[in-house]
Write a protein that binds this ligand. Structure first.
Ligand code: NAP
Ligand code: G3P
Length: 486
């Protein structure tokens, strides 16, 4: 508890600037409400462009010494951060439950996963080496020309994280950026900011030099453009919606970036699949954290011959999902806000209007959408293509593998897909044809383990995350060429 005494005055949460927790000069704040019952959870600073500029100037200045700090010393700060985070798992998980209505099990799991992430990043960062290249590899040159290549930081990394993983998807940017020698400006999601500010204090208390990690709180729609076009930003690491990602990509002219965006992950189920295994993975993949995961299973493409059996197994599992408030041990909790719930309800209504067969759900209480399952979803329905980010799953019946590949690839998204089959040839045939970052064979779509490459293509993102990939993305080669006289 005392670890975090500086970050707030009562429920007024400050922002981290140059090692100190400060309020906005204007006194302007944003009230955060519970997604469950609209009660006030707290308030965060709504920083002005002038304050954002001061923060980015401070980050730029602080990065110089941090970039020259030996990597083993940078790693020690990360190890300490992991230790402090582990000591405060329960407190931070409880804040997350209140802020984003994440069920207690998932909230604890997210923080523990982040502890492991930070440790792994420190280890990995110590082995990111350069290389030495002789000139004689290329015609006309000899060994008297040698290139000594090392990896150096990019400078200031702007990390923008989403509401659904405010701790893990902030740390997945901060830790690799820091071990690579960058300074970091964290723009957390407004709904989820308090959890992210606690994470920032963990890094701050772990011994980061002042200014190496700063936070910027405020609505992305108000300060976002100023942030992503600021001259001091050398890299943007963004996770969020495709709509915002595409906007940032347009605004942030020439600044390199990594983007993890939306998804419409398909679970393809073939005739010979283990249907019990498929049903278990599909339900877990589609409904955990109420479907508010970019890698959630968001459509099932099943060979019609086995569809009835699969659907019965899915329906049984979905009907046993526990619905309630995040403090309880439940599977389905209220969505992040009424706008999100309205959007999901709109997809449900459209599917019903166009003839989809409702098997379960279509029940709403404020932001809580009960787990909903549709059969006979067709490609003229919005639900076949749009990302619900809610607990609703469409079943699309197909006749053959080629039809599955065609429908899967028609999506604007390309994050992940699953293929359920006992035939390894079919699995690899389909996997090679799918336009996605990752194909899971006989498993739900998911990002972890966090050292695997994680990427989206098409409208699902650009660049590759995953610990080593992220470190490499947020650093660059530096070549020093030695020209010997003989
Ligand atoms: P979002 O609305 O796009 O917001 C993401 C982050 O961007 C927030 O911190 C937000 O700040 C900020 N932001 C908003 N407008 C901005 C602007 N103009 N310039 C700069 N930053 C801006 O997404 P979300 O609702 O938090 O997350 C849900 C979406 O993210 C879903 O589409 C989901 O698929 C996607 N997502 C993808 C992945 C992945 O790994 N591919 C992971 C998680 C989520 P405010 O909160 O202040 O608006
Ligand atoms: O939406 C967050 C994205 O990174 C998914 O993570 O581990 O739930 O598959 P995970």
């Amino acid at each position: 508890m005392f670890m975090f005494e500086n970050i707030s005055e009562g429920k007024n949460y400050k922002s981290l600037f140059n090692g100190e927790w400060v309020k906005s000069k204007s006194g302007k704040t944003i009230q955060l409400k519970s997604p469950v019952d609209e009660t006030t959870i707290g308030e965060i600073q709504s920083l002005s462009q002038e304050e954002v500029n001061d923060i980015l100037e401070n980050s730029k200045a602080a990065q110089i010494k941090w970039g020259e700090t030996p990597i083993n010393e940078r790693a020690e700060v990360l190890y300490k951060a992991a230790e402090l985070l582990e000591e405060n798992v329960d407190e931070i998980a409880q804040i997350m439950q209140r802020e984003i209505a994440k069920d207690s099990k998932s909230a604890v799991s997210e923080v523990k996963r982040t502890v492991d992430f930070i440790k792994f990043t420190a280890n990995e960062g110590k082995h990111i080496e350069g290389e030495t290249i002789g000139g004689d590899n290329f015609p006309g040159f000899n060994k008297n020309k040698l290139s000594f290549v090392t990896r150096v930081p990019l400078g200031v990394v702007l990390s923008i994280s989403p509401f659904n993983y405010p701790v893990n998807l902030s740390a997945s940017k901060i830790a690799p950026a820091l071990i690579a020698g960058n300074s970091v400006v964290l723009k957390p999601p407004t709904q989820g900011a308090i959890s992210a500010l606690y994470l920032a204090e963990v890094f701050n208390k772990a011994g980061l030099p002042k200014g190496v990690l700063n936070t910027v709180t405020g609505r992305g729609s108000e300060i976002g453009d100023y942030l992503v076009t600021h001259r001091n930003v050398n890299f943007i690491n963004f996770t969020g919606s495709t709509e915002v990602g595409k906007h940032i990509a347009k605004e942030a002219n020439m600044i390199p970036m990594l983007m993890e965006l939306g998804g419409k992950d398909a679970a393809i189920v073939l005739e010979d699949a283990d249907l019990e295994l498929a049903a278990k993975n599909i339900v877990s993949g589609a409904y955990s954290y109420s479907g508010q995961r970019c890698t959630a299973v968001k459509r099932v493409l099943v060979i019609d011959k086995v569809a009835d059996k699969l659907i019965n197994l899915i329906e049984e599992r979905v009907s046993n999902l526990k619905v309630g408030n995040p403090e309880e041990v439940v599977d389905i909790t209220p969505l992040i806000d009424s706008k999100a719930a309205d959007f999901v309800q709109g997809l449900i209504d459209d599917a019903l209007a166009k003839g989809a067969k409702l098997l379960l759900g279509n029940k709403r209480e404020r932001n809580l959408i009960y787990p909903t399952l549709f059969d006979n979803v067709t490609t003229d329905m919005r639900l076949a293509w749009e990302e619900p980010f809610g607990p609703v799953l469409p079943i699309i019946r197909i006749n053959n593998i080629e039809e599955a590949i065609s429908i899967a690839n028609k999506s604007e998204y390309g994050l992940q897909s699953s293929v359920f089959t006992r035939n390894i040839d079919d699995a690899f045939y389909i996997a090679k044809k799918l336009e996605v970052g990752t194909v899971q064979i006989n498993n739900k779509t998911e990002r972890g383990p966090d050292h695997f490459p994680f990427l989206g293509v098409k409208s699902s993102g650009m660049g590759t995350q995953g610990i080593r990939y992220s470190i490499e993305a947020m650093s660059r080669p530096k070549a020093i060429v030695l020209n010997l006289p003989r």
